[in-house]
Design a protein. Structure first.
Length: 202
């Protein structure tokens, strides 16, 4: 077989590999978009229920409840934003194959764990303030939202651990995984920011 034919075959094979990789990335991207749309509907329903309840309330917070302190929710917001920030730095440095990518990855992961720990502190604080799960519509909404969001954050943490294999080096498959995990993680961060301003700040 001539060298020219060999080169042509290699070119075709390489082109087919690229096409397959692009198709796989598109399929995975569509799947992630569908997941995010579904989650958006879930959280939108929670927000809508809370908004209707709050608008119809004569006083706020409801009678018998104190205003929830902003300290722990504020710390939670800072932690989730820092985690997203370092995840962006991780992806950028990883694409450039910098050694600092490991530092950014583990920092993002640490802040993610920190956020989950802050949620336990939040629930303890709510309990200490007399806001118990199931004690009222108001309490049920606060707990339901934070529980559901925390559950998805656990999934997000597992997803971050899943992409730890990317630390071994760049590959198209790892890039596809990272892009989708990044979308999911940032989505959860945005949801919490809305939660902070909607439930705690105003």
């Amino acid at each position: 077989m001539s060298q020219a034919m060999t080169e042509n075959i290699q070119t075709v094979q390489s082109s087919q590999t690229v096409d397959y990789t692009d198709q796989k990335r598109v399929v995975n991207s569509i799947a992630m978009i569908m997941i995010l749309v579904s989650l958006s509907m879930l959280f939108a329903t929670l927000f809508l229920g809370y908004t209707v309840y709050r608008v119809s309330a004569d006083t706020w917070p409801p009678f018998g409840f104190e205003t929830i302190s902003l300290t722990i929710p504020g710390i939670s917001t800072l932690l989730v934003l820092l985690s997203s920030f370092f995840l962006v730095l991780f992806k950028s440095s990883w694409l450039q194959e910098k050694k600092s990518s490991k530092y950014f990855y583990f920092t993002a992961l640490a802040f993610g764990f920190g956020f989950l720990l802050s949620q336990f502190q939040l629930w303890a604080s709510l309990k200490a303030s007399g806001i118990l799960a199931g004690s009222s519509v108001f309490a049920s909404m606060v707990y339901a939202f934070t529980w559901i969001h925390a559950a998805h954050m656990v999934v997000g943490i597992l997803a971050l651990l899943w992409i730890s294999t990317s630390l071994k080096g760049f590959s198209e498959e790892q890039l596809t995984k990272m892009i989708n995990v990044e979308k999911f993680w940032h989505f959860l961060g945005v949801i919490w920011v809305f939660k902070f301003f909607g439930f705690f700040f105003f």
